[in-house]
Design a protein around this ligand. Structure first.
Ligand code: FE
Ligand code: FE
Length: 287
């Protein structure tokens, strides 16, 4: 029977299996850090070229950086806890998402289903563990938010960053692009650590609200995906952190391990976008 995913709320897996499944879920973990092979012949400098990005991407970030405030974030989290938006199987979710085109992605205008299949297939071809292939397949399913009460694309997609503390200049388009954000001159939020403290751990930091944060909270409670996989989902768009080295002072020991996992996942998300589109029909039949 196909499992049903609640977005969010109702537990999709029978509770009785939870503890059992946790055992050995990390099996094969040693493979996850091995360098990706599928992209070795690609020119990876051609990806994420925001400076040449079209106006669509620029205006997306102008809006996202203005509207992602601490107050909005607290409200979005409250909404998450109080609402179940939909329930569906993973495959139904993939098909529903297929009609969505991400405005802020400079690298692809392929459908989301294609992107998720490309990511999962690249992981499979490199022999990564099955749970990591699953992470590849579902990591963007949080974009379904767009169909369930999002205010626009700015609260669904795009790079993420913490709210409640100073915006780091290593966020795409830099600190200046936050000038119209109401937190920009806030007495506490404009300070380096804001409402946080050094080494507090990213589990305690509010990241800007969007598909990563949303799906992370859904699967944290409704799957047996290990912490490394949850981190791949939660932080995959947190480029200022995992690529640019910002916000490292907020990390604790656990986050050091999570960073390694996120970096191991990143090439599959980013560089599989130029792979030939897999056939959804064939993969659906062979699953
Ligand atoms: Fe994403
Ligand atoms: Fe993605």
């Amino acid at each position: 029977m196909a499992a049903t995913v609640a977005f969010p709320g109702v537990n999709m897996f029978e509770a009785v299996s939870d503890d059992i499944d946790n055992i050995n879920v990390i099996k094969g973990q040693e493979d996850i850090y091995e360098k990706s092979k599928f992209d070795q012949d690609k020119d990876t400098t051609t990806f994420r070229q925001f400076n040449d990005a079209c106006d669509r991407v620029k205006s997306f970030y102008a809006q996202q950086h203005t509207l992602q405030t601490t107050a909005f974030n607290l409200k979005a989290r409250e909404d998450f806890r109080s609402k179940t938006r939909a329930e569906m199987t993973v495959w139904e979710a993939l098909e529903k998402l297929d009609t969505f085109v991400d405005e802020c992605d400079p690298d692809t205008q392929e459908s989301q289903l294609t992107h998720l299949l490309q990511t999962a297939e690249a992981l499979r071809n490199d022999g990564k563990p099955r749970w990591m292939q699953l992470v590849g397949l579902i990591h963007d399913l949080g974009k379904l938010l767009f169909f369930y009460g999002a205010k626009g694309q700015w609260d669904v997609v795009g790079d993420t960053f913490p709210v409640g503390c100073a915006f780091d200049d290593r966020i795409v388009f830099g600190t200046d692009s936050f000038k119209d954000n109401e937190d920009y001159d806030h007495e506490v939020y404009k300070t380096k650590f804001g409402i946080y403290s050094p080494g507090i751990g990213l589990d305690n930091v509010m990241l800007s609200w969007g598909h990563d944060e949303y799906l992370y909270h859904v699967v944290k409670d409704q799957s047996t995906i290990p912490d490394e996989g949850l981190a791949m989902i939660r932080y995959h768009s947190f480029y200022p952190w995992h690529r640019e080295g910002a916000y490292r002072d907020l990390m604790n020991e656990k986050d050091e391990a999570m960073l390694k996992a996120v970096l191991a996942f990143n090439p599959y998300d980013l560089y599989s976008k130029s792979d030939a589109p897999p056939s959804a029909q064939e993969l659906k039949v062979s699953r």
